[in-house]
Design a protein around this ligand. Structure first.
Ligand code: ZN
Length: 470
C-alpha cells in the first residue's frame, strides 16, 4: 500500500477498514490466483511425487532454461557471463554452474535495474520491498506468472494438510492493519473475500490477550497462519493462566522465523493441533514445507538449492543456502546468497513418498551469528536458554566483539533470575574472553516487521571482516 492509502486507511472507522481490507484482499487474490489455478495445482502435485531420477533431470533442465534466459534478456548476466567467459549453453551437470559467482544483496543494490529482464516493463511488475532489518533493504520485482506460482505453492502446502484458501483462517503477520495508537479491541480486521481474520501482532500485550483469545474462539478458524513468536505469546499466556482455549483447528502454519522445538511443543499443546512449518523467502527463490510426517521438503519446482561453507564450497553440513530461482523471469536470481543457514539431507527416504531433499536443520539468519574474539562464528544460540525454566523469552545482543548482553524476560512467578547459571551456559559456547551482562525486561521488542530475533549481532561488516581475517 502506498503512503496516501495507508493514511486514508488509518484514519477510517473500523467498519470501513474491514471493507478496505476485503477490497484489498480481493485485489490481491485476483493478482495471486489465475483462472487456471486448479490445473497449476495439479501440475505442482505431480511434481512433488516424481522419482529421484526424473527430479534431477527436471532440475537440470530448469536450471539451463533460466540461465540461458538470463544471458539473453538480463543485462547484468550478459555482462557477467561474458566477463568470466561462461557459456550458458554448455551446462551439462550441476557442477558446471559453480563457475558463476554468487549474487548478493549488495551486488543487486549497486545496479538493481541491470537485474531486470528487458522483456518486461518495470512499471507493470509486482514490487516487493524487503524490510532490511538484517542487512540492506532490497526491492524485488516479480512478474505475474511468478507471483501466481508462488501462491500456488502455498496453496499446495495447505491442501497437503487438508485446508485451502477460502476456509476460515486466522492470520498473525506483520501487516499494520490496526493503528499502533489504538488501545482497545478490536485488534483484528476481516477480509471477506478470503474468509480471513487478520490479527494485529503489534497489540499482543498481556492486557489485550484475553480479547484475542475470546475473538479466536468466537471466529473459530479452521486453521491459523502465523509467525511462531506471535502464537508463542498467546500459548504462554494460556499455559500461565491455565486457560483451555476452545478451538477445533486442523493445523497451524508457521513461517518467516525459526521455530524452536520447545516453542513448537508449547504452541501445539496449547492450541491442541499440529504445526506445519514453512521455509521460504520474499525473493521467491526457495520454498520448503513440512509433510505429514513432519519432514521439511524442498519443493523442487521453485528453485535449485546449494549449501556452501565459509569458503564457498559445497558442504553436507550446516552452511549458507544459495539458490537459483526458476520462477521469476522479471528479475532472475542465479546463485543468490540468501543469508540463511541450513543443513540438507539430499537422500532422505520419507514415508510420504517425496524424493526431494529435506531440510534437517534450519540454523537461522547468517547475520544472527555471534562472533567470538578468536574468530569463531557461533550459531543457534537461542538454544542455550531452551531448558531454563525461569526464562520466558531471551535475546542475545552483541554490540562489541568482547561484549554480550542477554536480555531476559522471566517466567511468571520467577522473582529472581539465576544469572550465573545463564552466563555459565553461554560461556560454554562463546568462551571466557567476553564480558557478559544480563538485563531483565518485561518484554522483548519485535522488529518493525513484527518478527522476533533471538540473536542480534550489531558488529559492522568491517568489524566482522577484521576479526575473521586475523
Ligand atoms: Zn515427507
Amino acid at each position: 500500500m502506498n503512503n496516501l492509502l495507508k493514511n486514508v486507511y488509518e484514519n477510517s472507522p473500523i467498519f470501513l477498514q474491514n471493507i478496505m481490507t476485503s477490497i484489498y484482499g480481493y485485489v490481491l487474490s485476483k493478482r495471486r490466483f489465475p483462472k487456471n489455478q486448479s490445473e497449476l495445482l495439479q501440475q505442482l502435485k505431480e511434481l512433488e511425487f516424481i522419482s529421484k531420477r526424473e527430479l534431477e533431470k527436471f532440475k537440470l533442465k530448469e536450471l539451463q532454461k533460466i540461465i540461458i534466459y538470463s544471458y539473453n534478456k538480463v543485462p547484468y548476466y550478459k555482462k557477467l557471463f561474458k566477463d568470466i567467459n561462461f557459456n550458458p549453453n554448455n551446462i551439462e551437470d550441476f557442477n558446471d554452474i559453480r563457475r558463476i559467482p554468487f549474487l548478493t544483496k549488495e551486488k543487486i543494490n549497486l545496479q538493481p535495474n541491470q537485474l531486470i529482464s528487458k522483456e518486461f516493463d518495470q512499471d507493470k511488475l509486482v514490487i516487493h520491498k524487503t524490510s532490511g532489518s538484517t542487512g540492506s533493504p532490497l526491492a524485488i520485482y516479480k512478474d505475474g506468472e511468478c507471483n501466481n506460482r508462488s501462491f500456488a505453492y502455498w496453496e499446495r502446502l495447505r491442501r497437503n494438510h487438508g485446508v485451502k484458501i477460502g476456509d476460515k483462517k486466522a492470520t498473525f503477520f506483520g501487516r499494520a492493519i490496526v493503528s499502533k495508537k489504538q488501545s482497545k479491541p478490536p485488534f483484528w480486521r476481516y477480509n471477506l473475500t478470503q474468509n480471513q481474520l487478520l490479527f494485529s501482532i503489534f497489540h499482543l500485550t498481556q492486557d489485550n490477550l484475553p480479547a484475542y483469545i475470546n475473538k479466536l474462539e468466537e471466529f473459530a478458524p479452521l486453521y491459523i497462519e502465523s509467525y511462531p513468536s506471535a502464537l508463542f505469546v498467546i500459548a504462554k499466556y494460556l499455559e500461565e493462566n491455565k486457560i483451555n482455549i476452545n478451538l477445533n483447528l486442523k493445523c497451524i502454519f508457521t513461517t518467516a522465523e525459526n521455530l524452536e522445538a520447545d516453542k513448537r511443543e508449547l504452541i501445539e499443546e496449547q492450541f491442541k493441533t499440529k504445526i506445519v512449518d514453512q521455509y521460504g523467502s520474499s525473493e521467491a527463490v526457495v520454498f520448503a514445507g513440512e509433510c505429514k510426517y513432519g519432514n521439511m521438503h524442498i519443493f523442487p519446482g521453485f528453485g535449485f538449492v546449494e549449501v556452501i561453507d565459509e569458503e564457498g564450497n559445497p558442504t553436507d553440513g550446516l552452511g549458507e543456502i544459495v539458490v537459483t530461482g526458476f520462477l521469476n523471469k522479471a528479475m532472475p536470481f542465479i546463485r543468490y546468497k540468501l543469508g540463511d543457514m541450513v543443513e540438507l539431507d539430499k537422500d532422505f527416504k520419507c514415508k510420504c513418498g517425496r524424493s526431494s531433499a529435506v531440510i534437517v536443520n534450519l540454523g537461522g539468519r547468517k547475520d544472527d551469528l555471534i562472533i567470538t574474539p578468536d574468530g569463531n562464528q557461533v550459531s543457534r544460540l537461542g538454544y542455550v536458554l531452551k531448558n531454563n525454566s525461569e526464562v520466558k523469552e531471551a535475546q542475545i545482543i552483541q554490540n562489541d566483539i568482547r561484549e554480550i548482553i542477554i536480555k531476559v524476560v522471566p517466567n511468571k512467578g520467577v522473582l529472581e533470575i539465576n544469572k550465573d547459571k545463564i552466563i555459565t551456559s553461554i560461556k560454554k559456547r562463546l568462551g571466557e574472553e567476553i564480558n557478559y551482562s544480563i538485563v531483565e525486561a518485561q518484554e522483548i521488542p519485535r522488529q518493525e516487521n513484527g518478527k522476533f530475533r533471538y540473536v542480534v549481532c550489531n558488529l559492522s561488516d568491517k568489524q566482522k571482516e577484521e576479526i575473521l581475517r586475523s
